[in-house]
Design a protein around this ligand. Structure first.
Ligand code: ADP
Length: 221
């Protein structure tokens, strides 16, 4: 497991998404081999990530030449050309790379990638758009939604729960959500307990189903 989490990562495509992925991996101290068929992009990234090479990842021979088969983790960040993305992911599957992450630009694109054998399909624009919908519609400052309709949200506490401890305010019993963490101005986040009292200056982290959190957030200021 340790080895897996420190294994070098093959990133294919240095567009906006791939460059962000490769750059962050590099800052996290991971070895990265970044591949793009655009020579200018490769040169731009050569100093910033461990290795950047120019290759057409649609060709399995080109991938073999750069040693792609030795990687245990690969990210296909080519999106705007669905045809290229499909061919590249198929090559990564044929090279038996155990962990293949791939970016999709639509649900059908994602379905194809899954059928070919991508282990994780990411929909950056759909996910970002949904997050923004949550953020603009309420008091939420950050929002993470998990598969099973469960979410974790950063927000200012709605008026009905302020000035009371978390038991008396009925967060769980009445509002069906759990306050996980609280942050007072200038202080770090701390874990919330039944005795925690939140004020209108505080920020809270709330866990619950998407519907319950939306109702809770709509209680207002
Ligand atoms: P973003 O929307 O994140 O910018 P794009 O899909 O537009 O992503 O970026 C794709 C990147 O992948 C571009 O830099 C492009 O040069 C590169 N790319 C496209 N096809 C290939 C390929 N066959 N092999 C390697 N890199 C490719």
């Amino acid at each position: 497991d340790r080895i897996k989490h420190h294994a070098p990562v093959l990133v294919i495509g240095l567009g906006r998404f791939g460059a962000a992925t490769a750059g962050k991996l590099d800052r996290l101290g991971r070895e990265v081999l970044a591949v793009d068929d655009n020579e200018a992009l490769v040169q731009k990234w050569a100093e910033r990530v461990t290795h950047a090479v120019q290759a057409d990842a649609k060709s399995i021979d080109a991938l073999r030449q750069i040693g792609a088969q030795d990687f245990t983790v690969a990210v296909c960040a080519v999106g705007s050309s669905v045809e290229a993305s499909v061919l590249i992911v198929a090559n990564l599957v044929d090279l038996k790379i155990p962990q293949i992450w791939a970016k999709a630009i639509s649900q059908s694109h994602g379905k194809i990638l899954e059928r070919i054998g991508a282990n994780h399909v990411i929909y950056p624009e759909a996910e970002a758009g949904e997050r923004v919908a949550h953020l603009v519609s309420g008091r939420m400052l950050d929002f993470i939604e998990f598969d099973d309709d469960f979410a974790l949200v950063k927000m200012y506490p709605p008026k009905p729960i302020r000035g009371l401890n978390l038991t008396d305010s009925g967060v769980r019993t009445t509002h069906k959500v759990t306050v996980v963490g609280v942050k007072s101005p200038g202080r770090p986040f701390t874990y919330a307990t039944a005795e925690t009292v939140v004020t209108d200056e505080d920020l809270i982290i709330v866990a619950g189903t998407e519907g319950d959190i939306e109702r809770f957030a709509a209680l207002g200021s």
